[in-house]
Design a binder for this molecule. Structure first.
Ligand SMILES: *[C@@H]1O[C@H](CO)[C@@H](O)[C@H](O)[C@H]1NC(C)=O
Ligand SMILES: *[C@@H]1O[C@H](CO)[C@@H](O)[C@H](O)[C@H]1NC(C)=O
Ligand SMILES: *[C@@H]1O[C@H](CO)[C@@H](O)[C@H](O)[C@H]1NC(C)=O
Ligand SMILES: *[C@@H]1O[C@H](CO)[C@@H](O)[C@H](O)[C@H]1NC(C)=O
Ligand SMILES: *[C@@H]1O[C@H](CO)[C@@H](O)[C@H](O)[C@H]1NC(C)=O
Ligand SMILES: *[C@@H]1O[C@H](CO)[C@@H](O)[C@H](O)[C@H]1NC(C)=O
Length: 586
């Protein structure tokens, strides 16, 4: 290929990158050095060479205390969040999608702050991450909250993976002075030990035990893992630092580095009421339902005023209508099955309530601190009067209807927005899927225009709900809960009804005290639906009758492995009874 050919390859490539609408690294001078551009082609094709920016028009948040002020005092130790990086090393292979990973040092560290560790990310996503940096604000000269390491040990070097890297990386673990702990690694591209003032260790009382989570990259038994505090919940003080841990072999036992701990109160940094409203206005997802969905969401008050009934054990023949906001629902915190909610008994009204009422649909938001107050979780609950039956795929039989299996009265689903209290950004979204779920980075979400916001054009995330079961996913498509082409179907398709989750009711936010009043239905601890009213064995038998012999066993096996929730549980309990009310997501 001549120079002209090369030029066109590069030109088309650059146009394609620009068309993706993501900000790119510094533009290359096309006229001066064709060869240089061509050499960069391989790396330019990787998502990580783009820096992700939320496609959201940012406006200043309403006035408050410390929310989004950039700095948090954990107790004689200030932390700030840095998300500008300079690349130290990269591997072109292995890791997620076999696209390799890149290692970075934070840059632009504010005056007076120090690095606590480096950052690593797989190459299959645009660059989007942070590490905390810290500043000692104690008055002690001998026993401060930060100290330099006394030495380094080499964790490993990458000389054995020469095929997928341009040079060797050396990963160092700081040796902390007595009473201090290391929170991350220093990385170099030479064999020389880094200088001792490169990084700081933190006084032990400000550190917390952490655990390895997702695998970020690995080759030849050399691995990078993400870490987070082991103990997480609304009361847990553990703070995620954003650094990674390097290990030889698979992760087992506690990592060699620690997380931070917040010894101070979190109330100053949590968003106030006005800020909560502004955050939800900017980040609330659009809920995209399946085009064939028959069982739509509704508001709680629509459900109550359209025939929902409260049953009491022993008085089944005499259920009572539920009043506005559930003011006549029992408020004692018991789960004894003494009461339950059900649809109206007559078929006409039952069918009318089952299909929900999307016009009334709204999200019910629980706001709570997470990760030592460095983040706020916005748990957004959506209510459906009915959860439709399951569907399965068994090899070439692509759509087997599972009769009554999986269906139940009332369905509580949620997604959780995790917003940083340091910079006010939406960093992650949790998608709940049948008592499990997954965290997705904001860089991996789909966004759509917010047409309700005409004064400033902006976009908000999309959440897809599966047909009948209403599990949530970041992208449309089929997910099989099973293996080898046999499983229950989680089916999402764009183009159906859309519910704006930005129409919300704030139902609980402990840090705001009495200014948020919990509706009585939130404190109904019993089941939102009757106990199972069909024989699972009978249902299974009638489905198996229709299957060819060789598929019968496969079908049996996958049914055995399904989460209980998908087999048709009794009516679910409300949001307050779920583990994530005080804990982290599953
Ligand atoms: C690109 O390179 C040419 C030739 O070396 C030079 O004259 C021009 O100023 C450069 N442009 C930029 C934007 O660096
Ligand atoms: C340093 O401070 C920590 C935490 O306040 C305390 O536990 C420790 O005893 C102090 N050490 C010295 C030598 O003063
Ligand atoms: C780099 O790692 C290899 C393989 O573990 C080891 O043999 C070598 O001594 C290391 N090099 C240095 C300079 O530590
Ligand atoms: C019931 O809910 C509505 C909004 O859904 C609210 O305006 C009203 O104040 C609530 N009433 C009670 C008694 O909680
Ligand atoms: C979304 O908004 C942008 C900017 O306002 C506009 O250019 C674009 O056409 C819109 N896209 C859709 C699908 O409406
Ligand atoms: C349970 O099923 C039986 C028989 O199908 C029916 O008669 C009864 O009304 C059902 N009970 C409830 C609570 O739906």
């Amino acid at each position: 290929m001549g120079n002209v050919g090369i030029f066109w390859v590069c030109f088309v490539l650059l146009m394609a990158i620009q068309a993706m609408g993501v900000s790119t690294a510094a533009p290359v001078n096309q006229t001066s050095d064709h060869k240089k551009i061509f050499k960069e082609k391989r790396s330019r094709l990787r998502p990580i060479d783009n820096i992700f920016k939320l496609p959201i028009t940012s406006r200043p948040w309403p006035e408050g205390n410390g929310f989004a002020s950039g700095v948090l005092d954990l107790g004689e130790l200030q932390v700030s969040q840095v998300s500008t990086f300079s690349k130290v090393w990269g591997s072109h292979k292995e890791g997620p999608d076999n696209q390799g990973a890149s290692v970075y040092e934070p840059t632009g560290i504010p005056q007076g702050f120090s690095m606590l560790g480096s950052y690593v990310q797989p190459n299959n996503k645009p660059l989007f991450g942070y590490v905390l940096v810290a500043k000692d604000v104690s008055s002690s000269t001998t026993n401060g909250t930060l100290k330099s390491p006394i030495d380094y040990t080499l964790v490993f070097n990458t000389s054995t993976i020469s095929a997928s890297q341009d040079f060797t990386l050396f990963v160092w673990l700081p040796v902390a002075p007595d009473g201090y702990k290391a929170l991350g690694h220093v990385v170099t591209t030479t064999v020389d030990k880094p200088s001792l003032d490169k990084i700081k260790c933190v006084r032990s009382d400000l550190t917390d035990q952490c655990e390895t989570t997702s695998w970020i990259w690995g080759s030849n038994d050399l691995n990078f893992y993400d870490v987070r505090p082991s103990n997480r919940g609304v009361q847990a003080p553990g703070v995620r630092v954003g650094t990674f841990v390097a290990r030889i072999g698979v992760a087992s036992g506690p990592p060699s580095i620690s997380c931070l701990k917040n010894l101070n109160s979190i109330t100053q940094i949590m968003p106030n009421l006005k800020q909560i409203e502004a955050i939800l206005q900017v980040y609330s997802p659009f809920l995209s339902l399946h085009p064939e969905e028959k069982y739509l969401p509704s508001s709680i008050n629509w459900f109550f005023s359209n025939g929902a009934l409260l049953y009491k054990k022993g008085q089944e023949s005499n259920p009572v209508p539920i009043t506005q906001n559930g003011t006549n629902l029992p408020q004692d915190p018991n789960t004894d099955g003494e009461y339950w909610i059900d649809l109206p008994p007559d078929d006409a009204n039952k069918d009318k309530v089952k299909i929900g009422n999307i016009q009334s649909g709204e999200s019910y938001v629980h706001v709570k601190p997470m990760l030592g107050g460095t983040f706020t979780d916005f748990v957004m609950w959506v209510f459906y009067p009915f959860n439709g039956p399951g569907r399965a795929k068994v090899k070439f039989l692509k759509d087997i209807k599972l009769g009554k299996i999986g269906q139940h009265v009332c369905d509580w689903e949620h997604v959780t927005l995790r917003v940083s209290n340091l910079d006010g950004q939406l960093w992650h979204v949790y998608f709940s899927q049948h008592n499990r779920g997954s965290w997705v980075d904001s860089s991996q979400l789909e966004y759509r225009n917010d047409s309700s916001s005409s004064d400033f054009p902006t976009k908000r995330p999309i959440v897809y709900a599966t047909l009948n079961g209403h599990a949530s996913y970041p992208h449309a498509g089929l997910v099989l809960i099973g293996k080898n082409g046999v499983g229950a179907k989680d089916d999402t398709v764009a183009g159906g009804n859309v519910m704006d989750m930005g129409k919300f009711v704030l139902v609980s936010a402990d840090h705001l005290g009495k200014s948020v009043i919990e509706p009585p239905w939130l404190n109904f601890y019993r089941e939102w639906g009757p106990r199972i009213n069909f024989s699972l064995d009978k249902e299974l038998k009638s489905i198996k009758k229709l299957l060819p012999g060789i598929l019968k066993r496969l079908f049996n096996d996958f049914i055995k492995d399904l989460p209980r929730e998908m087999l048709g549980e009794q009516g679910p309990t409300g949001p307050k009874l779920k583990n994530n009310w005080i804990g982290d997501e599953a």
